[in-house]
Ligand binder design. Structure first.
Ligand SMILES: Cc1cc2nc3c(=O)[nH]c(=O)nc-3n(C[C@H](O)[C@H](O)[C@H](O)COP(=O)(O)OP(=O)(O)OC[C@H]3O[C@@H](n4cnc5c(N)ncnc54)[C@H](O)[C@@H]3O)c2cc1C
Length: 351
């Protein structure tokens, strides 16, 4: 490390300023662990993509995602947490303290790290997406489904998540449509069976060998319709020039992408922190202390970067709290060990 790049040593660095990182920051700051929170490339995390959070406990009228996050940031800063721009590029865990290298080249050292870097919902990258995300386009049925009562809802995807979301959305929709680019779903039979029962009941309709190519609407009015393409052999966007590919417009009031999430944890590569086949960080879990510990002592993980199942603001926040408490236990133990270490013997003098 060049000396110019070294910025400072911190007791605790938190990667991520989403709800898990900020919840951890509130608790860590109150435990005098002086956390430094790095915001990554999405300050405030996924909740900043949504206009209305209706299920976070304590807000009977709901609250906008950005406002909830801003409140938490202010609360964390009130107790002394520092929130700074910066993307963690890599962590060196062979020696203690850890070395944390940022994307801009800055280098920090830290006694403990909380990975609260979330997961990013995959998107299609089609026209209309940026304008309508949070305004009729969503990546979270549990979060946003209830806003679209009696609407035609289109779910995009063909795996377990798409089946589960489609099934859930039948609670609200007039009809749920599933657009899948192939003939066969790759979901588990359990989920396919549940969806097919609802197809038989008329609650779900399947649009197979079909892909969405454009979303139409406005932030004021929401989604109005989508443009889709269909080819009898599937993967129609790969066959746009094929005469058998048909293009058509489809009216719907909301679109839910269920094409997976990518956990943001590549900066932990090489540390020894275990990740599962999809890249999610494996934390100890279970009951009792240290649930957020990874298999590298001193590195903890919280929120959607670990949790591929619940992925909710309240669960991510709770996870952040646990990580801060686990990190506090670890830091106290570290201090106890340092205090117990004998002073290096004074060099004997010959005179
Ligand atoms: C459109 C939408 C609407 C939603 N609505 C609701 C809702 O109504 N209710 C609900 O309960 N949940 C909702 N959710 C889910 C909820 O937002 C997530 O479960 C929650 O945000 C997860 O929090 P997190 O802190 O774990 O991760 P995230 O919110 O994903 O935050 C991750 C943070 O880590 C940072 N980061 C990433 N990589 C790095 C790095 N290398 N270095 C430093 N920082 C990094 C990012 O910039 C970000 O700040 C919604 C999600 C979406 C996408």
């Amino acid at each position: 490390m060049s000396e110019d790049a070294f910025v400072e040593h911190r007791k605790l660095i938190i990667a991520g300023s989403g709800i898990s990182g900020l919840s951890a920051a509130i608790y860590a700051a109150r435990s005098n662990n002086e956390p430094l929170v790095f915001e990554g490339d999405e300050p405030g995390g996924q909740l900043t993509l949504t206009t209305e959070v209706d299920n976070y406990p304590g807000f009977p009228e709901g609250i906008s995602g950005p406002e909830l996050i801003q409140n938490m940031k202010t609360q964390a800063e009130r107790f002394g947490a520092e929130v700074d721009h910066g993307i963690v590029e890599s962590v060196e865990a062979d020696e203690r303290p850890f070395t944390v290298t940022m994307k801009n080249g800055d280098v920090y050292t830290a006694d403990a790290i909380i990975a609260a870097s979330g997961a990013s919902a995959r998107t299609l990258g089609i026209p209309g997406e940026d304008d309508l995300m949070g305004y009729g386009l969503s990546t979270c049925a549990t979060c946003d489904g209830a806003f679209f009562r009696d609407e035609k809802i289109l779910v995009v995807g063909g795996g377990d998540a798409a089946m589960e979301e489609a099934n859930f959305l039948t609670k609200f929709a007039s009809t749920v449509y599933i657009a899948h680019r192939r003939e066969e779903f790759r979901a588990e039979d359990y989920w396919i069976d549940r969806v097919m029962e609802k197809v038989d009941d008329g609650e779900i309709e399947l649009l197979l060998n079909t892909e969405v190519t454009e979303l139409h609407g406005s932030p004021e009015e929401g989604v109005d319709h989508v443009t889709m393409v269909r080819h009898p052999d599937g993967h129609p966007t790969d066959k746009l020039d094929d005469p058998e590919t048909e293009t058509f417009d489809f009216d719907c009031g909301a679109v839910f992408y269920a094409i997976g999430h990518t956990p943001n944890a590549d900066y932990l590569e090489g540390t020894g922190v275990e990740r599962d086949a999809d890249g999610y960080v494996v934390a100890k879990g279970g009951k009792g202390a240290n649930q957020t510990a990874t298999d590298v002592p001193g590195i903890f993980a919280a929120g959607d970067v670990v949790d591929f199942h619940y992925q909710q603001a309240a669960t991510a926040g709770g996870d952040g709290v646990k990580a801060a408490l686990d990190a506090d236990d670890y830091l106290e133990e570290l201090e106890r060990e340092e205090r117990a270490e004998p002073e290096p013997a004074a060099a004997e003098s010959d005179d």
